[in-house]
Write a protein that binds this ligand. Structure first.
Ligand code: GAL
Length: 413
């Protein structure tokens, strides 16, 4: 009898070990471009190597993915883990008690001591409890330029927005689209946000985005912003509506366009195309005017599984721990084109653009919150509608657009 009991115990342990090692987590995200896919593979490989199984749930386009992910979680069909932007994207889901609490793990691993800037972890914290793990710092405050396009047209590579705008007419004459833009609404919204800093200044950005100042929203600085957006509208090609961001990046990579205002995830596309920062392309943080970063970025949340499934929660904790580990932070961010959320890792192999970002990160005065971190999704949506309507419709005057902007900020939460 003892032998059978022994065998049963062994098989249970094996089964337990096996079942503990065999936990599959479906992970949803919207990283489907070449660079994004290469980056998320680093996470998936690390999770598989840990003895669990990453079931990839890629959904193209953040604008499509977010509502689908939210409806699955609220509809009782939760995934094991999901990307959201670091910020208020998932605030309602956390407050509804639908997300696994990571506080114990965060405290055990000292996330408060290793994640910087601290506001990345603050953005994951609700009522003192931690519900997500930030995985990168992505800033939208960048411009990407094809050096060869300017050199072939006998021009110096622009070093800031005004030089870029001054060079635009000559590029157009040469049949090159000055500014590559994709029509996904978040692209227009976030490109507009870079003008707020570049044309209005760092303090005005903080007054509006953080303090919701109506006075700043109505200021001359914002008038300059709307005028610059109206000017940018004349630099794009007619085919931008509906264009994915990475297709716009590819226009710069292939020389069909001179430059693109896009988050630093564009770097992943240059990398997979074999181009080198400082050689084929250049990068201007803060559009070369005020070198800043905004701490946009991505974080992973872990929806509570249906019913009591401790093995799933255990696998969720293992994945959360991996995502903030030194190895994954370096491997993932180097491919993603973003900056790591921890300062104690070796980023010597980062390219010159990423090194510019790391340098800016050393002075927190030049590190700004992103719109996802300062506005509710509802306010973000209102701003997105305004920016897109203004960019798409030259009949809307600067005065009319700015008046609508003031109203949105007046009631912003
Ligand atoms: C953002 C995300 C980035 C990037 C971008 C384009 O929301 O934070 O990681 O991938 O979407 O897909």
């Amino acid at each position: 009898m003892k032998i059978i009991k022994g065998l049963l115990a062994a098989s249970t342990i094996l089964a337990t070990a096996g079942s503990a090692a065999a936990v599959e987590l479906e992970v949803t995200h919207w990283w489907t471009s070449g660079g994004e896919a290469a980056a998320v593979k680093v996470m998936a490989d690390a999770f598989d190597k840990s003895g669990n199984k990453w079931i990839d749930g890629a959904i193209a386009g953040g604008g499509n993915a977010r509502p689908m992910i939210i409806s699955r979680i609220t509809g009782g069909d939760p995934m094991g883990a999901t990307q959201f932007a670091t910020g208020r994207d998932a605030e309602d889901l956390v407050k509804a008690g639908l997300m696994t609490d990571l506080t114990e793990l965060a405290e055990k691993e000292g996330w408060a001591d290793i994640i910087r800037p601290k506001k990345l972890l603050d953005a994951c914290t609700v009522d003192g409890r931690v519900y997500c793990v930030p995985v990168n710092i992505h800033s939208f405050q960048w411009m990407w330029l094809n050096r060869t396009v300017y050199e072939n047209n006998g021009m110096a590579v622009p070093q800031n927005w005004s030089e870029f705008a001054a060079a635009a007419p000559k590029l157009k004459e040469a049949g090159v689209t000055p500014l590559a833009v994709g029509g996904e609404t978040w692209q227009i919204r976030d490109m507009s946000g870079t003008f707020v800093v570049a044309l209005g200044g760092i303090q005005m950005y903080k007054d509006i985005y953080i303090n919701k100042s109506v006075e700043a929203a109505a200021s001359e600085g914002m008038t300059k912003v709307f005028k610059a957006i109206a000017e940018a509208r004349t630099m794009v090609d007619n085919g931008y509506v509906g264009r994915a961001w990475n297709d716009a990046t590819n226009m710069v990579i292939t020389g069909k366009a001179g430059g693109q205002i896009m988050g630093d995830w564009a770097q992943g596309e240059f990398a997979v195309s074999g181009q080198t920062a400082g050689k084929e392309y250049d990068c201007l943080p803060g559009l070369g005017v005020h070198p800043v970063l905004d701490t946009g970025g991505d974080a992973f949340f872990f929806p509570k599984p249906n019913g009591d499934k401790p093995e799933v929660v255990k696998a969720q904790m293992e994945l959360a721990s991996l995502l903030v580990s030194k190895e994954v932070q370096v491997g993932f961010n180097l491919k993603k084109g973003s900056l790591p959320v921890r300062g104690d890792v070796d980023m010597a192999s980062a390219n010159t653009c990423m090194q510019k970002g790391l340098k800016i990160l050393e002075n927190l005065d030049n590190v700004l919150p992103s719109g996802e971190q300062t506005f509710t999704p509802d306010t973000q949506g209102q701003l997105e509608d305004l920016w897109v309507e203004f960019f798409n419709n030259p009949d809307i005057s600067v005065e009319e657009a700015q008046a609508r902007f003031v109203e949105i900020i007046k009631y912003a939460e």
